[in-house]
Design a binder for this molecule. Structure first.
Ligand code: AHR
Length: 499
């Protein structure tokens, strides 16, 4: 079967919110501690305790937003433990993740400093499961109130005069599970109570995010109830509903190895990743029934692959390697989010460093960029661009998933970014590309490819990295546009800029 991609460069559909390229950093394993925070006294180069190599790498991919401090950790976190003189900060047990000591050396000031160093928005997740209403109210006051008040004065005492701008605030996390095991009806009421006290101080307008359902491959109907109940009972008090979806190979009990997998596992992983489209379609249909104006958006604040931990590592630390298979999951997921940009306002891959589908792995002073990092770097031109009308016609890969996945967007200067994946584990895909709307030439083109399990290690950190892509030829320019042929190697992601 011929593979065809047609893009209409004169037909814009919707602007893609840059927040779709967001991240998530939890106090879990070596994400915050070592991955981001090494402390000012560390031999690893840092700025005010935040490691410089990680910041420099993350700045390159234009991170728009980071969610913190969890996750399940958020509903055990008491923010006052993480402010003031570090020597006096309370030490606690991180009961959810490995039972290790949390010394609270990374707290509110340090997180907001990280966001300033990255020039990105903070998204703070408050504690509903084990925290008090007043505690949440005071946190918002501490961070965002300019005037004279107990919390604003405490912030000043701790060395920060001006308030921070904090737009995104989550009111609980997975409150059907680790965030308190609540029923939907109960959480809807609790949510209303907490949200009442999450105030807008001065000109800081908070975008309130309610905990949504967890979702699972093939079981979407089970989760409809949570979304419907929240929409019925609390929709007037939130702007975004948080959804979570993780891609496993098998069941939660048998997730499989991150690097040692069969071709059948590879296709199963991709099939499960593509279920994300169904999750968004089904939940946005429920949301729209109650909110036809589409004021309420989906905040997909946890997504990514979840495998067994690397052998020999703490099972509570969720440390996994990252291969070309993950690169394709990332690319396919970002394509799906782009295609639903009218309803998805933000998405946050789990997690930033050393946990689950991380863009960066560290080992002491060493750092490497994963294949997923390279996808975020190749896709950054989609941020805030207009999604173009496009269609694909293709065969299947492994008789399980469509052969291709793609997005095409346009920036104000007219440059079109096309990203396209060939999911086949072993076959090149020839694609006939029609760019309707004018005479276009290729400005740059790069490719990330390899075997399905190719990955970077600390001994060989450049095994998987983008290189120039030359597998295209212009067949014809005519009145209607430009016709090209692309030859996409097996298991690859290609980015082309044309103008
Ligand atoms: O990302 C790891 C965990 O997965 C988060 O803490 C939780 O919200 C989800 O179950």
């Amino acid at each position: 079967m011929a593979n065809i991609l047609a893009i209409n460069t004169k037909q814009e559909r919707v602007k893609i919110d840059r927040n779709i390229y967001g991240h998530f950093a939890e106090h879990l394993g070596r994400c915050i501690y070592e991955g981001v925070w090494v402390g000012e006294g560390s031999a690893i180069p840092n700025t005010r305790g935040i490691r410089s190599d990680v910041v420099n790498a993350l700045r390159k991919i234009n991170i728009p937003v980071i969610r913190w401090p969890g996750g399940c950790f958020a509903d055990e976190y008491h923010w006052k433990d993480g402010i003031g003189n570090p020597a006096n900060r309370k030490r606690m047990v991180n009961t959810h993740w490995g039972g290790v000591v949390e010394d609270n050396s990374f707290g509110t000031h340090e997180f907001l400093d990280l966001c300033a160093q990255l020039d990105c928005e903070p998204y703070i997740n408050g504690n509903v499961g084990s925290g008090e209403v007043a505690e949440m109210q005071e946190w918002v006051e501490y961070m965002t109130f300019k005037g004279e008040s107990p919390m604003a004065n405490l912030r000043r005492q701790n060395g920060r005069d001006e308030p921070w701008a904090v737009k995104y605030f989550g009111i609980g996390n997975e409150n059907w599970g680790c965030g308190g095991n609540m029923r939907a009806e109960y959480y809807a009421d609790v949510y209303r109570r907490y949200a009442t006290y999450v105030r807008n101080f001065d000109d800081n307008k908070i975008y309130r995010i309610a905990s949504g359902p967890g979702t699972e491959y093939g079981h979407e109907k089970l989760n409809h109830c949570w979304t419907r109940t929240m929409m019925e009972n609390a929709r007037h008090m939130f702007d975004g509903l948080a959804l979570h979806y993780y891609t496993c190979i098998g069941t939660w009990q048998e997730k499989g190895s991150a690097t040692d997998f069969t071709e059948a596992d590879y296709y199963k992983t991709l099939r499960n990743a593509l279920w994300l489209d169904e999750v968004i379609k089904q939940h946005s249909a429920i949301i729209e029934r109650f909110d036809p104006e589409k004021r309420i958006k989906i905040i997909f604040d946890e997504w990514g692959t979840w495998y067994d931990v690397e052998p020999g590592t703490n099972p509570g630390f969720l440390y996994q390697q990252n291969t070309m298979r993950d690169a394709l999951v990332a690319a396919a997921s970002l394509h799906i989010f782009n295609s639903h940009a009218d309803v998805v306002h933000m998405a946050n891959i789990a997690q930033l460093v050393n946990v689950l589908q991380a863009v960066i792995l560290t080992d002491g002073a060493k750092m490497l960029l994963t294949p997923t990092y390279h996808v975020f770097n190749m896709f950054k031109d989609h941020q805030d661009a207009e999604l173009l009308e496009s269609h694909q016609l293709c065969g299947t890969a492994g008789e399980v998933v469509p052969l291709l996945s793609h997005s095409a967007t346009q920036k104000e200067d007219g440059a079109v970014t096309l990203t396209v994946c060939n999911f086949s584990a072993d076959k090149e895909a020839e694609v006939s590309l029609s760019l309707l709307g004018g005479h276009m030439s290729v400005r740059n083109a790069e490719i990330l490819s390899g075997g399905t399990s190719s990955h970077n290690t600390f001994g060989s950190p450049q095994t998987v990295r983008p290189v120039d892509f030359t597998g295209f030829r212009i067949d014809e320019h005519n009145k209607t546009g430009t016709q090209m042929t692309l030859n996409l190697p097996a298991c690859s992601v290609v980015k082309m800029t044309v103008k």
